[in-house]
Design a protein around this ligand. Structure first.
Ligand code: GRF
Length: 207
């Protein structure tokens, strides 16, 4: 993806938004030709909304229960993404399954960060799953979003060793550190038009 204007990003999040913050700070710091133009959130009390406000970024907040179906709220989201001219959707702790209403128009332009080395430990609590399994190495994965749960083509991964005495919190914190570096790096590659997708295979051109 290569645009001759800054890449326009929407971040989808349901919780704290530390990945949103890492990306927003990296963009503000310069060197990434992009802007975050929208935060989409399904939890009106989520801390990410305060973070978005402090960066003066518009938010689209919805309550899933008020809609007849997942498709119904996704239609509104897609309309909003179009209205804002969004080029790239970054899912960062967005805790909802997605349907074709969203995936089809944004396939190849929608990425997710997952706290494990996919395809190991997809779905909920990737950190806890790796610990419970007794894995020695886990990490963070950024991948394109397809219709499945954390199944889309992998763009980048960062390994994080698991220490024998790690708690969930300690390991989770180290994985989040890795995520906070990985997300801005991948967004920079995409903004520079260096990421291409061919089937399951993602290639990142060296700069
Ligand atoms: C991250 O660990 C991400 O991998 C997972 O949800 C978490 C979101 O954290 N999908 P935050 O809201 O960005 O702090």
């Amino acid at each position: 993806m290569s645009a001759n204007r800054p890449l326009r990003i929407a971040v989808f999040a349901s919780g704290s938004g530390s990945n949103f913050q890492a990306l927003a700070e990296a963009i503000r710091g310069g060197g990434i030709d992009a802007s975050i133009d929208l935060v989409v959130c399904d939890k009106p009390a989520a801390y990410v909304l305060e973070r978005a406000q402090s960066f003066d970024i518009e938010t689209f907040v919805f309550r899933p229960k008020e809609y007849a179906s997942r498709e119904a709220y996704e239609e509104q989201i897609v309309a909003k993404l179009r209205e804002k001219g969004i080029d790239l959707v970054v899912m960062a702790g967005y805790m909802r399954l997605v349907t074709n209403v969203l995936v089809e128009p944004f396939y190849g332009r929608m990425i997710n960060i997952h706290p494990a080395l996919l395809p190991a430990f997809p779905g909920m609590d990737g950190v806890g799953q790796a610990l419970a399994y007794g894995a020695k190495i886990t990490g963070a994965t950024v991948h394109f979003v397809d219709g499945g749960t954390d199944t889309g083509p992998i763009i980048a991964q960062q390994a994080v060793p698991i220490e024998d005495d790690d708690t969930r919190e300690e390991l989770g914190a180290r994985i989040q550190q890795a995520e906070h570096a990985l997300i801005p790096a991948v967004v920079k590659w995409i903004a520079e038009g260096r990421v291409s997708l061919d089937g399951r295979k993602v290639t990142v051109q060296r700069s």
